[in-house]
Design a protein around this ligand. Structure first.
Ligand code: DGT
Ligand code: CA
Ligand code: ZN
Length: 575
């Protein structure tokens, strides 16, 4: 059995345990173990046969036994029992906002609903609302949930598609005659979701390369294979598949092809208009005067010939990028630290030392350890007592680690009444406070609306940044209703940073909101919210989001050096 197959079964077990009502902390610790196995690259079958599974960090006897069972029998009895016990319709219904296990069971029992289509019919016919205990409000909430899921339209989050595209690009490099490979399309522009993966390769042996491409082992289905273009699908890690188009392009038109297939369509239209105004024509083969190709080999040469500066792909959205000089956009190299990450003290997977060492390896000058506050019970948030101990722990590591500045921080919940989850004396001890809203209740439980709560946190002198300000999860949970113009104005006025949370599920603030924050004169901070050392690498997703917003390093708090950062914090605190 391959590692991947084993991990797939173990993850399925975690999902079913959760649905079966196993306590959250047990499911969480099991999931942590599975993640640790995922990072472990050695062959699990070999280790199992040598009885050495428990040498993997985080793997105890329980999970080692399950792996051994999978290796020797190819099956997992526990999983089979749960599969019998947990009905297949339950996960579909539980994915709906406002539906817990009880209501889901009720809908299934009364109306026999087993899938999304059935659920829709039940809402449209009014039958769902008639079920005692459900009513119009629940029906409306579910209807909105269905609409949100469907409006995702099968688009895949950037953070999922990008590593898949990069892995494929790496293999395409070795196909016949290939000299150069580039990822194009919305992926190159850094859009938060993409419909497909567009890749270009420079080769004179197009047909051969395309044929080889369609027979790569990652390919699930071949949709088309021609002389210059091949279309296939590959598997997505979370199930389903995504289309990949590979275009083979000769050297003399590679730049024109890259420009054309990077898009956006609207940006291309503007460029073509500009070419026509010069009595030229622009297409995917080059910039032409009649039939004479003026340029085509590089994007830079085409922009230059059109009298334009090079436009970074992230800005090619026809938002006025041809009318002004492009700014010197922030890049990964400009980032000097990461100001939001978790450790084992709350729901992270690594220790303070491990996070610090990983940050140091990435060349950072500073980090802020920001574990959850007490109200985030699901995330193992720290009671005041545990926070006091954690503070000591962070200080101890900070003293022992001269190579990197470790800021003592927290991710403090913004409560439903706009108060913060920790009293001022705890916040005052912190160097850096990220305030985030995790609770979402509306109605009587919420004394303030999400905008008012956010504004209250922005005005708190100890709050340095608002974490994931809208709370959205891409394709999974809509943003809170936030009056963004008011929030960005208040943040700028109070010197409170707004975060671009770089975690692939979030990208929050999103590009347009980050642009609003910059226009209001505010400061951003780009943080990974890493729950393990490897997640520190998601910084780059935050960077492309910031670049799409037109951000330069001057307006980003974690692009300044440590001393400047301390000054920025002191200014906010009015000290
Ligand atoms: P997506 O896929 O919805 O996330 O967004 P895009 O921007 O990647 O859209 P896509 O994949 O349809 O096309 C990528 C770019 O290539 C877009 O700017 C339009 C351009 N394009 C698409 N098909 C053709 C074609 O057949 N010829 C030329 N010249 N350009 C094309
Ligand atoms: Ca595309
Ligand atoms: Zn959070």
């Amino acid at each position: 059995m391959t590692n991947e197959a084993i991990i797939e079964m173990l993850e399925k077990l975690a999902d079913l345990m959760e649905l079966d009502g196993v306590e959250a902390f047990r499911v969480n610790s099991y999931r942590r173990a599975v993640r640790s196995i995922r990072d472990f690259k050695d062959d699990l079958t070999v280790l199992a046969n040598q009885n050495r599974l428990t040498e993997i960090p985080g793997v105890g006897k329980g999970i080692a036994g399950r792996i051994a069972e999978l290796v020797s029998t190819g099956r997992l009895a526990e999983l089979e029992t749960l599969e019998q016990k947990v009905p297949t319709w339950l996960p579909t219904l539980l994915a709906m906002p406002g539906l817990g296990p009880k209501k889901a069971a009720l809908i299934h029992e009364k109306l026999g609903v087993t899938d999304l289509a059935g659920l829709k019919t039940a809402i449209e016919s009014g039958k769902l609302a008639e079920i005692p205990g459900l009513g119009d409000a629940t029906a409306k909430k579910i209807a909105e949930g269905i609409q949100f899921i469907e409006s995702g339209g099968g688009r895949v989050p950037l953070g999922i598609a990008l590593p898949l595209a990069e892995a494929l690009a790496e293999r395409i490099r070795y196909l016949s005659g290939v000299r150069r490979v580039e990822i194009a399309g919305s992926l190159r522009r850094g859009k938060e979701t993409v419909a497909d993966i567009d890749i270009l390769c420079e080769t004179d042996q197009g047909e051969k390369a395309i044929k080889e491409f369609t027979s790569l082992s990652d390919v699930r289905r071949v949709l088309a294979a021609g002389e210059t273009k091949g279309s296939v699908t590959i598997k997505l890690p979370e199930g389903g598949e995504i289309q990949v188009d590979l275009r083979a392009i000769p050297t003399e038109s590679f730049g024109a092809g890259l420009m054309s297939f990077t898009g956006s369509k609207e940006h291309n239209i503007r460029l073509r208009e500009r070419a026509i105004a010069c009595k030229w024509s622009l297409n995917e083969y080059g910039l032409f005067e009649g039939t004479n190709r003026l340029v085509g080999e590089s994007e830079e040469a085409i922009y230059a010939k059109l009298g334009l500066p090079f436009v970074p792909p992230e800005l090619r959205e026809d938002r006025g990028e041809l009318d002004r000089l492009p700014a010197d956009l922030v890049s990964l190299d400009d980032i000097r630290g990461d100001l939001h990450m978790h450790t084992v003290a709350s729901d992270g997977r690594n220790s303070i030392e491990e996070m610090a060492a990983a940050a140091q390896m990435r060349g950072y000058e500073f980090i802020a350890i920001c574990d959850h506050s007490k109200s985030s019970t699901i995330a193992n948030g720290l009671s005041i007592e545990r926070m006091e101990q954690h503070i000591e722990g962070i200080r101890r590591v900070a003293r022992a680690k001269p190579g990197i500045h470790i800021l003592l921080g927290c991710e403090c919940d913004i409560l439903l009444d706009g108060q913060l989850d920790y009293p001022d004396e705890i916040l005052a001890k912190c160097d850096w406070v990220v305030a985030s809203a995790h609770a979402r209740a509306t109605g009587p439980a919420a004394k303030l609306n999400p905008t008012e709560r956010t504004l209250a946190a922005i005005e708190n002198r100890y709050v340095c940044a608002i974490g994931h300000p809208t709370g959205r999860l891409i394709n999974r949970r809509p943003p809170m209703e936030i009056d963004m113009p008011r929030v960005v104005a208040a943040a700028a006025k109070n010197g409170t940073c707004l975060e671009i949370n770089a975690s692939w599920q979030r990208l929050d603030l999103k590009d347009e909101h980050a642009q609003m924050a910059l226009a209001a004169g505010g400061t951003l901070t780009i943080n990974t919210d890493a729950h393990s050392t490897d997640q520190l690498d998601q910084m780059r997703l935050g960077i492309v989001t910031a670049r799409r917003a037109g951000a330069t390093k001057q307006s980003i708090a974690n692009c300044v050096n440590y001393n400047e950062l301390r000054k920025l914090i002191a200014r906010k605190r009015g000290a």
